[in-house]
Design a protein around this ligand. Structure first.
Ligand code: COA
Length: 338
C-alpha cells in the first residue's frame, strides 16, 4: 500500500513587535474602528531590521520539530512570497540554518495559497516514497513589500511563520492529510501583484515607477473572487471526499479578512462556531496564515483528535485550494511568541 502523509507536529512564530490599529492610525488616515469592522483585525506583528523570512521560518520549524519529537526530515518545502533573495530559493537556507544541509529543499510560489500547494507537494513526496518525513513551512514578511503609506493594504498584513511536520503513515489514521483541490487563473494576475523586479519588467526596457516595487491589490475584486473560488474549491473537495459540509468539524481558512471567512462559512452552510482562526491577533500573514492558525487552534484546545478539519485558501496568481485533514493527537508546544 502507498504511504500517505500524516501530520505529526505543528509550530509557529511571530516576531516580537506588535503593531495595533491605534499605532497605524498615528501615521495613516484610518481608525481602529474602520480596521476592526472592515477586516476583523486588531493587531499584527512586524519583523525587525536584521530579520529575514528564513529566520521566522526557522523559529516556526524548530517548534514544529519539537512538537513532532523529531530532529530530522528528508525534505523542506517553504511557501513564501517574500524570499530572503530573488535567487536562490529560501528553503535551502532554512534547511542549512536548521542543521539539515543535504536534504531536498525548495520554495513554492502560490502567494496566500502557498501553504496548501506546499502541503500537497510534500504529501506527494511521501506518497512517491521520495521522502519519509517532510517539513512544510509557510513564512512571509509582508512588511517588506507593502507600501506603508497605502492605508488599504498596510492595515491588513502582518509578518510570521507557521510549520508542520509530515511523516509517512497509513490512510485513515489521525493526522492523515488529503485529498486536495487546487486551482489557478493567471488571467487575473493583476489583481494581486508586484509589477517590478521580474523578467517582464526587465525585458520591457521601461524604468519601473517607485510604486511598482510595492505589493498592490485590488481589494474589492479580490474580496469577491476569494469567496467564489474558495467556495467552489471546497465543494469540489467535499464531493471528491464523499463528505457533506455538516461532517466538517472545523474550518481553518486563509486569514485574509474576517468578513471573507464569515461570508464563506455562510455560503457553504458551515455553522459559524466551526470556523476558527486568529486574524484578530495576527492579521493576514499571507502564506503563513493557515499553519499559524492551526498552531493557535491546537494550543487553545479548539482542535480535538479525530476532528475532520477543512483547510481553504485564496491568493495571488490567482490561486486557490482546499484540503482535508484528520486532526492528530499532538504534544503541546511553547507559546506562540518568543
Ligand atoms: N481606513 C479608512 N478608510 C479606508 C481604509 C482604511 N484603512 N482603506 C480603505 N478605506 C476607504 C477607501 O478609500 C474607500 O473610501 P471612498 O469610498 O471614500 O473611496 C472606502 O474605505 C471603501 O474602500 P473599499 O476598498 O471599497 O473598502 P472595502 O470594504 O472593500 O475594504 C479591504 C478594503 C482591502 C479591507 C477589502 O477590500 C479586503 O479585505 N479585500 C480582500 C483583501 C484580501 O483578502 N487580501 C488577501 C487575499 S490573499
Amino acid at each position: 500500500m502507498r504511504p500517505v502523509a500524516v501530520l505529526c507536529g505543528v509550530g509557529s512564530y511571530l516576531p516580537p513587535t506588535a503593531v495595533s490599529n491605534d499605532d497605524l492610525s498615528q501615521r495613516l488616515d484610518t481608525t481602529d474602528e474602520w480596521i476592526l469592522t472592515r477586516t476583523g483585525i486588531a493587531n499584527r506583528f512586524f519583523a525587525s531590521r536584521g530579520t529575514a523570512t528564513s529566520d521566522l521560518a526557522v523559529s516556526a520549524a524548530e517548534r514544529a520539530l519539537k512538537c513532532a519529537e523529531v530532529d530530522g526530515v528528508d525534505a523542506v518545502v517553504l511557501a513564501t512570497t517574500t524570499p530572503d533573495r530573488p535567487c536562490p530559493a529560501t528553503a535551502p537556507v532554512v534547511a542549512a540554518k536548521l542543521g539539515l544541509s543535504g536534504v531536498a529543499a525548495f520554495d513554492v510560489g502560490a502567494v496566500c495559497t502557498g501553504f496548501l500547494y506546499a502541503l500537497s507537494a510534500a504529501a506527494g513526496l511521501i506518497a512517491t516514497e521520495t521522502a519519509e518525513r517532510v517539513l512544510v513551512i509557510g513564512a512571509d514578511t509582508y512588511s517588506t513589500i507593502v507600501d506603508p503609506s497605502n492605508r488599504s493594504d498596510a492595515v491588513i498584513f502582518g509578518d510570521g511563520a507557521g510549520a508542520v511536520v509530515l511523516r509517512a503513515g497509513t490512510p485513515g489514521e489521525p493526522g492523515a492529510v488529503g485529498p486536495f483541490d487546487l486551482g489557478s487563473d493567471g488571467d487575473h494576475r493583476d489583481l494581486i501583484t508586484i509589477r517590478a523586479g521580474g523578467s517582464e519588467q526587465r525585458l520591457s526596457g521601461a524604468e519601473p515607477r517607485p510604486e511598482d516595487h510595492y505589493f498592490s491589490m485590488s481589494g474589492k475584486k479580490v474580496f469577491q473572487q476569494a469567496i467564489v473560488q474558495m467556495a467552489g474549491s471546497v465543494r469540489g473537495l467535499l464531493r471528491r471526499a464523499g463528505l457533506e459540509i455538516g461532517q466538517v468539524d472545523r474550518m481553518v481558512g486563509h486569514q485574509a479578512n474576517q468578513r471573507i471567512l464569515t461570508r464563506l462559512a455562510d455560503v457553504l452552510g458551515l455553522p459559524e462556531d466551526r470556523n476558527i482562526g486568529n486574524i484578530r491577533e495576527v492579521g493576514n500573514t499571507a502564506g503563513a496564515s493557515i499553519p499559524i492558525a492551526l498552531d493557535d487552534g491546537h494550543r487553545r484546545g479548539l482542535l480535538s483528535t479525530g476532528d475532520q478539519v477543512l483547510l481553504t485558501a485564496f491568493g495571488g496568481g490567482l490561486t486557490w485550494g482546499s484540503a482535508l485533514l484528520t486532526w492528530p493527537d499532538l504534544h503541546h508546544t511553547d507559546r506562540i511568541r518568543s
